[in-house]
Ligand binder design. Sequence first.
Ligand code: MN
Length: 510
Amino acid sequence: MAEKIMIFDSTLRDGEQSLGAKLNLEEKLKIAQQLAKLNVDVIECGTPFSSPDDFKAVQKIAREVRGPIITALARASKADIDAAWEAIKDSPRPRIHIILSSSPIHIQYQLGKDPEAVLKIGVEAVKYAKQYTTDIQYSLVDATRSELDYMCRIIEAVIDAGATVINIPDTVGYAVPEQFGGLIRNIMNRVPNIDKTIVSVHCHNDLGLAVANSLAAIQNGARQIECNINGIGERAGNAALEEIVVAMLIRHDFFQNYYHEIKMDEIYKTSRLVSNLMGVPIPVNKAVVGTNAFVHSADFHQEGIFKNTATYEIINADLIGGKAANMALTAHSGRHAVYNQLKELGYSLTEEEFAEFYTRFLELAVRKKEVLSDDLEALMNEKITYAQTVYSLEYLQTIGGSNSIPAAIVKLRKDNEIYVEMQTGSGPLDAAYNAIDKITGFQPRLENYNLRGVTEGRDALGEVSIILRYENKTVVGRGTSTDIVEASVRAYLNGLNKLLALQKEEENQC
Ligand code: MN
């Protein structure tokens, strides 16, 4: 009988950690809800010990997202475990995830302890967490550079203490598939009480082998795979969720003893949402979800595809929901058609919400002849983007071009006041940003700028995501418009509004 592989998503923990920017509560909740629709088995949604914001986001997800197990990270200390439990306890399926290093280099330099003491700390942590819940995951950080005998002793002891999932992370992305598979097999064979737990793996992609290592682990006994949407994670990232689940399905002949329960037709949507909200573009040639993943360019390939798609295509875009309902709407489509299309995409709006959405739809439909489902998704994401608005854009005019002095006039609204500024700059965008800085009195640093066309064509919606830093705070700002200067200005304002919200929160906490 085929065995289930649990899919553990860490996009909101390892993924967010890698951004250098914090998502806000609404954005995290939106991603978690979409992960639940994708039907992942476990959502790891943060590190409650690290900050009050993180704590609140995890708590919100635990309270509102149903279906998957909700877990949060804790180092092996009482304070961390308390924070994790407080944050997740309202979920019907809470799991505490304890991490502690097991490699000589980490034990000596990071922890500054001897191995026996570390083993004891791990056991004590599991026993302490057990008072709260039965579902305890224990991770041996830097497992691939640890001694096998020592790891086996830790694993046996923490299982005795009550750990129900043992995670073997390739923290530094050092493993190669055959070796990593061998490691998992050795653990399965040598730890006497291993049958009382699920063995999990968490692979990083520093050598581009995260997915291959994860698949090798499955064939050697692992029954839970930690992976992230679009492979987002620390450094070169984690194993990409979409690649693992698609590989298991397409190569069912090879993986016939295993199955997962991911809803494949939610993959495309989840991938775009995460990319959009986190401000991390998907490379065009990315496996499964890149825009070129299903494009055939060479003449002789096209000829084959024309005769039979199976000649050069092993995955069909339909499988991941890539082509789902890409029907064009226009300004004449009417409320009903727009409403139905939204429903098709999985959104149910109240009458009031829909009225607001429809106005925005019409604005877009006037500028852009055909409004596609990707455009509708982008408009839906705007709703979260502009949730916390202090300054809003009233008017924007820019001058640019060769041999001109770039300038911008910006009119912003704050409460009921209108502010106008005109500034010059190295380009129209720089000029507009200067004008905004002049009005707000803030000068955040632009750390990253990404522009993506939501659909094809010259009238496509441009989606801009930027990373803004001010003092010790970093946020992702996003904006959409058919005019890329306007989209960029909206992204800047969105980032600024988020920074202001963070500042206000900090003042309230003081
Ligand atoms: Mn990691």
